[in-house]
Ligand binder design. Structure first.
Ligand SMILES: [Zn+2]
Length: 208
C-alpha cells in the first residue's frame, strides 16, 4: 500500500521482529510476495522507509533532563530488537537529540522548505539526465561506474568499512548516499567530504 510513497514506522522496536524481517525483501527488490494457503501473489512494493525509535525504553537516554534510569543491559536489549541485516538496509541513520526549550526559542530558522525543495528537484533532474533513474535505483554495476569516489575518498571509505565492520551491501549504499550528497551540493565528483558525510549516517551500525 506504500507503493511509490512513504512507509513510516513509529516506535520501530515495538514491531515484531518477524514483521520487520519480512520487510527486507521489498526493501531490496522493490517487490513483495504474499503467500496465503495455496496461492501466491507478487506485488510491486517500491517505497521509502522511514522509521523512528527512542534511544532507550524510557526514551530519555542522553536527554538533558537526566531522567533516564535504564541500565546498559536494558538499552542494548531494546536496540537489539532491530536486527543487523535490517539496519544494514537503512541508508541514513541519525540521532535527533532533545533541544532545550530556551534553545528552541532562540534558534534561527534553517534553510526554508521551499529552498530545500528546489535543491532536491535540481539534484533529481541531474540524476535523471545522467543515468535515467534516481540514485536509489542504481544497480551494483552502475554504482561502480557512477559513484566512484576519488582516491582519498576511497581510502576513507575502506577505513570506515573495516572500523565499523560494514557489509558489502552497506558499502554500496554508502556510495549511493555520497553520490546524492554530491548531487545536492552540485558537485560532479564525489569528494572525500561527501563520503565522510555518508559514513556519518551509519550511526547505529557503529553502535551495534
Ligand atoms: Zn531510558
Amino acid at each position: 500500500m506504500a507503493l511509490h510513497g512513504v512507509l513510516f514506522l513509529d516506535e520501530l522496536p515495538e514491531f515484531e521482529r518477524k514483521v520487520l524481517e519480512v520487510l527486507r525483501e521489498p526493501l531490496e527488490s522493490g517487490r513483495i510476495t504474499i503467500s496465503r494457503a495455496a496461492r501466491r501473489a507478487d506485488f510491486p512494493a517500491q517505497f521509502q522507509l522511514i522509521a523512528a525509535m527512542n534511544p532507550c525504553p524510557c526514551g530519555y537516554l542522553g536527554h538533558y533532563n537526566g531522567k533516564c534510569r535504564c541500565t546498559p543491559d536494558q538499552v542494548s536489549r531494546y536496540r537489539g530488537k532491530i536486527s543487523g541485516p535490517f539496519l544494514d538496509r537503512i541508508d541514513i541513520q541519525i540521532e535527533v537529540p532533545a533541544v532545550a526549550q530556551d534553545d528552541l526559542l532562540n534558534k534561527n530558522d534553517g534553510e526554508t522548505s521551499a529552498a530545500l525543495q528546489a535543491r532536491v528537484e535540481i539534484a533529481r533532474q541531474h540524476q535523471l539526465a545522467r543515468q535515467k533513474k534516481a540514485n536509489a535505483q542504481l544497480s551494483v554495476t552502475e554504482i561502480d561506474v557512477l559513484c566512484a569516489p576519488d582516491a582519498q575518498g576511497a581510502a576513507l571509505l575502506q577505513q570506515a568499512i573495516s572500523r565499523l565492520n560494514l557489509s558489502a551491501r552497506a558499502y554500496h549504499r554508502v556510495l549511493k548516499v555520497a553520490r546524492t550528497i554530491a548531487d545536492l551540493a552540485g558537485s560532479e565528483n564525489i569528494l572525500t567530504s561527501h563520503i565522510a558525510e555518508a559514513v556519518q549516517y551509519r550511526r547505529m551500525d557503529r553502535q551495534g
